[in-house]
Design a protein around this ligand. Structure first.
Ligand code: ATP
Ligand code: MG
Length: 575
């Protein structure tokens, strides 16, 4: 394609609205433009990338036996009322009314619609298993739409739904999708990990998230340094053994003044100890009743694990008034010693601490040498925290590392959750009615673009992995007044296009510096630079955008060279 004919409104300056690099670069490279919070236009370059991602996703879904459908974005409230999600989904659901005052929503996901379709059209076990997918716009009224395509209110998702006759079949369908996802993210040219994900209160069923590794990722991933175990830091099961850190011998409980020191950092630096020698006490309202959760100073409470242990659905950090009422002291100084009428639960790593520093439920006061069993009672110990670097792998016991990632895909074994509430059944071989056993599988098609850029960029711009690059080759004639330069450029361009290679030719009359800067910003994998001087010597210069390496190639050989570079070596006919 010709640069001069394409709408590529690049920006020289960083747009102020963008906080993360992918958002900034997508705006600067003229790929997207904001319409309103969380809603974007895709411009030609952005749309080309989106289409390439979608094509790979589509090919692998078909290959795995899934069939493409297109379901409506506009969905009647009745279906959502059947599953109870009309209420549960809350404010994230975009709701609207038609002219007759009937309620609708814009689909954030399609379990209801697909289950309704399948319960009406699939009647017999002979039609199973079946997997239906679509690539479509989804709507979620996110509290904080941000980071451009990363968290939009309108975005493109691939969602697939499998229906099986029994749990074993469903597991097999799940495994097929899990494998297909591996192929998809490998083919996209991204570094990723599949991690065990939390299934929330449903528990038990399988769920994996696919994470693109990037330092800027919102999610923490704990990975074993030895085996292939990887899990979301919130999900990783943690075991603890041995003896935890303490401050030496177990001495009698002692009060110390810690004026104005509330946070772990403040208290530990004031007392000249490490956060590992401290136990934090967090008070929560769990379905309305007070609960104290104890974790080591350097650990974070994992609310999902706490909820699961307590079997509650709502867990909210106590406000200042509740802390005062339940502990008798101000917030920032809570501790387990003397706490009454409150269930106290502790993390496993607290159990093995012989003694620790804790809050004294009194302003500006802490206790030294608080020892569980002697000075306070813990009702239950369990795994209640997020993983940190150095924690041991639950599978093989080797230390784990923590990486950051961006969730780009999610596979989920649903079981009969939707088929039961929506009474979706088929007839089994005995002629008996059974509920479909389901799975659902999402990929954030538009989020992948942002994730790819977070993982692949430098200070000059984007560095596209070849499979999703908007173009494979960028031809840059430097002196556009030179006949020789322009004729040779057009010749190479024409040949590449005929060979089916996505090629961009820079045919604007701009200064060389502008052309080079825009080329680096756009991030097309190979730049072919044509200038008078080089052509006089019979060569053109080729730059690899990722490595920055430049090499000179003879003009006569350059077309074959580029075709092979992009399409791989041509197989020789057998002679
Ligand atoms: P998140 O935790 O990031 O909100 P989710 O768990 O709500 O994601 P799913 O419901 O599993 O996401 O959706 C499937 C995929 O759709 C996600 O893996 C993600 O890649 C993508 N996705 C979800 N929400 C958004 C959004 N607001 N904008 C862009 N992509 C999204
Ligand atoms: Mg979400």
């Amino acid at each position: 394609m010709r640069y001069s004919k394409l709408l590529i409104p690049t920006l020289r300056e960083d747009p102020t609205e963008a906080e993360v690099v992918s958002h900034r670069l997508m705006l600067r490279a003229g790929m997207i433009r904001k319409v309103t919070a969380g809603i974007y236009n895709f411009l030609p370059v952005g749309f080309r990338v989106l289409s390439k991602v979608a094509k790979i996703v589509r090919e692998e879904m078909e290959h795995a036996g899934a069939q493409e459908v297109l379901l409506p974005a506009l969905q009647p409230a009745e279906l959502w009322q059947e599953t109870g999600r009309w209420k549960q989904y809350g404010k994230e659901l975009m709701r609207l009314k038609d002219r007759h005052d009937r309620e609708f929503c814009l689909g954030p996901t399609h379990e209801e619609v697909i289950t309704d379709l399948v319960r009406r059209e699939v009647k017999s076990y002979r039609q199973l298993p079946i997997n239906l997918y679509q690539i479509q716009t989804k709507f979620r009224d996110e509290i904080r739409p941000r980071f451009g395509l990363m968290r939009g209110r309108e975005f493109i998702m691939k969602d697939a739904y499998s229906f099986d006759m029994d749990p074993e079949g469903a597991k097999e369908s799940y495994r097929k999708m899990y494998d297909a996802y591996h192929k998809i993210f490998s083919r996209l040219g991204l570094r990723f990990r599949a991690v065990e994900a939390d299934t929330g209160l449903i528990g038990g069923s399988s769920s994996h998230e696919f994470m693109v590794l990037a330092q800027t990722g919102e999610e923490g991933i704990a990975s074993c340094t030895k085996c292939d175990y990887a899990a979301n830091v919130e999900r990783a099961e943690l075991k603890t053994g041995g003896r935890g850190p303490g401050i030496g011998e177990i001495k009698p409980l002692e009060q110390v003044k810690t004026p104005g020191k509330k946070s772990v950092e403040e208290v530990s630096s004031f007392l000249k100890i490490t956060p590992q020698q401290l136990v934090k006490t967090l008070l929560f309202s769990a379905d309305g009743r007070p609960v104290a959760v104890l974790v080591r100073g350097d650990h974070q409470v994992n609310e999902i694990k706490v909820k699961r242990l307590l079997g509650v659905s709502e867990l909210v950090l106590a406000d200042a008034g509740q802390v005062e009422a339940w502990s008798g002291g101000p917030s920032g100084f809570s501790g387990p010693v003397g706490l009454r009428n409150i269930e106290i639960i502790g993390d496993l790593s607290v159990e093995i601490m012989p003694e620790a520093i804790v809050g004294a439920n009194e302003k500006d006061t802490h206790y030294l040498h608080a020892s569980p069993g002697r000075d306070y009672k813990v009702d239950r110990f369990a795994d209640l925290r997020n993983a940190i670097a150095g924690d041991l792998c639950p599978r093989c016991g080797a230390p784990m590392t923590i990486d950051r990632g961006i969730e780009v895909g999610h596979v989920f074994l649903l079981g009969t959750k939707y088929s039961e509430t929506m009474k979706a059944t088929f007839l089994d071989p005995k002629g008996e009615e059974q509920f479909f056993v389901m799975g659902c599988y999402g990929i954030g098609v538009s989020r992948i673009i942002a994730a790819a850029i977070e993982q692949n960029h430098d200070e000059k711009g984007i560095i596209w992995p070849m499979p999703i690059a908007p173009f494979a080759i960028h031809i840059i004639p430097v002196q556009d007044q030179s006949e020789r330069v322009m004729i040779t450029s057009e010749l190479i361009y024409g040949s590449l296009v005929r060979a089916g290679i996505d090629t961009l030719i820079e045919d604007r009359s701009e200064r060389a510096g502008v052309k080079f800067n825009d080329a680096d910003l756009l991030g097309i994998p190979y730049q072919v630079v044509l200038g008078e001087k080089n052509l006089h010597e019979g060569v053109v210069e080729m730059k690899n955008r990722r490595t920055g390496e430049k090499q000179k190639i003879e003009v006569e050989k350059v077309i074959d060279y580029l075709i092979e570079l992009v399409q791989g070596p041509r197989t020789q006919p057998a002679s």
